[in-house]
Design a protein around this ligand. Sequence first.
Ligand code: GLU
Length: 214
Amino acid sequence: MCGIVGFSGKKQAAPVLLDGLAKLEYRGYDSAGIAVRDGSKPVEIVKAKGKLKILREMTDEGQAVSGTCGIGHTRWATHGEPSVTNAHPHASDDLNVVGVHNGIIENYQELKAKLIKSGYGFSSSTDTEVAVKLVDYYYKKYNGGPVDALAHAMTRIRGSYALAMMFSEYPGEVYAIRKDSPMIIGVADGESYLASDVPRDIEIHPQRLLRRRP
Ligand code: GLU
């Protein structure tokens, strides 16, 4: 099982995402990536095949990627070989939607064929790129915002998944959906966290705040 992390708050997101991914490393992975947003500027995506250490070096421990909102992923390939192209995050060509995914989209080939007919192109072999572009498709088709687009996509997607996504028109926000795959949200003072696993040195407070044990 691979891992998802997300963060939105006042501090820089990239170091938080890299630390979160490090806590999920024990689950196994073949590549890793982060997407970070600095306000309403275009999202920045950095991906690397192999160990998280490589991504850490590429981003100068996250210092080279500026922004207070982001998502990160460690991938265990199910569709497509381990490679930078197949590593997450994946994005729509215009960077309107960027997302990471745990799990398997069972009907991705059928969805991909429909999206190709609607004019979408694909650069990776993953089922994840299909999910991201399907959300982009519904976002633009109905103009109903992220929750509406995700809800429409979920009615079409079969399989088990946890997905975290950012939308260019919604700076500072991370959206998540899940089915059969785990995902938790932590809310603290002015910041929010997302993870596909409960790190072992964190306990869940009754009010759903995440607190580090002393
Ligand atoms: N099925 C996706 C892929 O192959 C996600 C795999 C995972 O859970 O890491 O990229």
